[in-house]
Design a protein around this ligand. Structure first.
Ligand code: ACO
Length: 399
């Protein structure tokens, strides 16, 4: 690899790399990807092992602190997060100011941005203790904010967090519990959601993580940086793809046009449509997360007793696309988002909550990257160059 900044100084040339296809913006020790071989590792551990053996909070610790926690470290981490789940009452009322049909991703980024107004005591990026307490606050409060965004869209009362429950069960209760009836934990849902969250926890320098780093490189606080990351995740070419996949599957079902015809329209680039949930900038043989999610889709739907024709459409789409030269030549395979929507739907989440679930999953990766950037003395403010294509200097017209 070449250090472009040194080369630029030596030669005076500027490298143009639209979309950062071949430019590393940072060194990182957190996540490793080999896109040709379909390998993903968190801190050296294969994603398949992590997903099988761990829990969301344990992986969050691994990503943020670099090693697996001891049993007591994990218990203390879990306990600290439980103690910080409550939102300030004024922040609960903040939701009243937003329209009930607001997209939950906009609600999420706004409320996370607002966190920095409540916690001015922990915004100093140079104080490790303040960074630590902000980390805990974010991990504890993001799921609560997300669930309130969901409840608001339903017009239902917000529940207070139940800190006797695990991280995932608390989140499920805040989303699906009501004031009227006691909440029953469903271990199938708990396990499935925990696994999906693990699979989303980090993915090196994707668009949202790069955004978190770029904003953080200005020494903006972690709430501001994560809020920016949430906005970057919102787009349909990134995290918003899980929502777009479900809409695509429903449209195929409703139109009755059939999978093959739809794929033909994609290949002809009719109206610029893409096969959502397919293709990846880095993975060129398969996305290992997609394989694991597909296994979960069958398991979860079966254990919940849900039969969803959209899952059959998704499987047929995958089969047709993987046998087609258009997709083979361009190395387009299902990505992590292809099957997640079907599972989230079976769990009872509305489509507009799908990307919010991705954001909760990705939070530890954003925090780990922000902290790695913040602790690295080589970090410089992110400031890309441009190649100017406008008018040369000209005289102001006399009028
Ligand atoms: N459907 C149809 N054609 C596609 C697709 C797709 N999903 N993805 C890429 N292509 C085609 C492009 O049209 C292009 O074809 P061309 O050479 O004939 O012009 C070629 O494949 C290369 O595509 P690029 O857009 O250059 O690939 P890039 O690496 O920039 O984009 C991306 C990657 C954004 C993920 C793209 O594959 C895509 O739009 N996929 C659908 C959205 C999606 O699922 N996003 C989630 C990604 S995973 C994540 O963020 C969690």
């Amino acid at each position: 690899s070449i250090d472009i900044s040194t080369l630029t100084k030596q030669t005076g040339y500027t490298a143009l790399d639209q979309g950062f296809v071949n430019t590393a913006s940072t060194r990182s020790a957190i996540t490793f990807i080999d896109g040709d071989k379909g390998i993903l590792r968190y801190r050296g551990y294969a994603i398949e092992d992590v997903a099988k053996n761990s829990t969301f909070l344990e992986v969050a610790w691994l990503l943020i602190y670099g090693e697996l926690p001891s049993a007591s470290e994990l218990a203390e981490f879990d306990e600290r997060i439980r103690r910080h789940t409550l939102l300030h009452e004024d922040l609960r009322r903040f939701f009243d100011a937003l329209p009930h049909n607001a997209h939950p991703m906009s609600v999420l980024s706004s409320a996370v941005s607002a966190l920095s107004t409540y916690y001015e005591d922990s915004l100093d990026v140079h104080d490790p203790e303040q960074v630590e307490i902000s980390t805990i606050r974010l991990l504890a409060k993001l799921p609560v904010i997300a669930a309130y965004a969901h409840k608001k869209s339903l017009g239902q009362a917000f529940l207070y967090p139940d800190n006797s429950l695990s991280f995932v069960d608390n989140f499920l209760k805040l989303n699906f519990g009501t004031m009227a009836e006691p909440f029953e934990v469903n271990p199938v849902l708990t396990k499935a959601l925990d696994r999906l969250l693990i699979l989303h926890e980090d993915h090196e320098q994707n668009a949202s993580t790069s955004t978190v780093r770029l904003v953080g490189s200005t020494e903006a606080n972690i709430f501001a940086s994560v809020s920016a990351g949430i906005n970057a995740l919102y787009g349909p070419l990134h995290g918003g793809a899980n929502e777009a996949v479900l809409r695509m599957l429903s449209e195929i079902q409703d139109s009755g046009e059939g999978v093959k015809k739809f794929v033909e329209r994609v290949k002809n680039k009719e109206d610029g449509i893409r096969l959502m949930g397919f293709g990846h900038r880095v993975y060129k043989s398969f996305d290992p997360r997609a394989k694991l999610v597909k296994e979960s889709a069958d398991e979860v739907l079966e254990s919940l007793g849900v039969q969803d024709p959209l899952l059959d459409i998704a499987k047929e789409l995958e089969q047709v696309a993987l046998a087609d030269d258009y997709f083979i030549e361009r190395k387009l395979y299902p990505n992590v988002d292809f099957y997640t929507g079907v599972i989230y739907k079976a769990m009872g989440f509305p489509t507009r909550m799908f990307t919010v679930l991705f954001a909760i999953g990705r939070l530890p990766g954003w925090i780990a990257n922000w902290r790695e950037m913040n602790e690295d003395p080589r970090t410089k403010i992110g400031r890309p160059q441009q190649l100017f294509t406008g008018s040369p200097a000209r005289d102001w017209p006399s009028r």
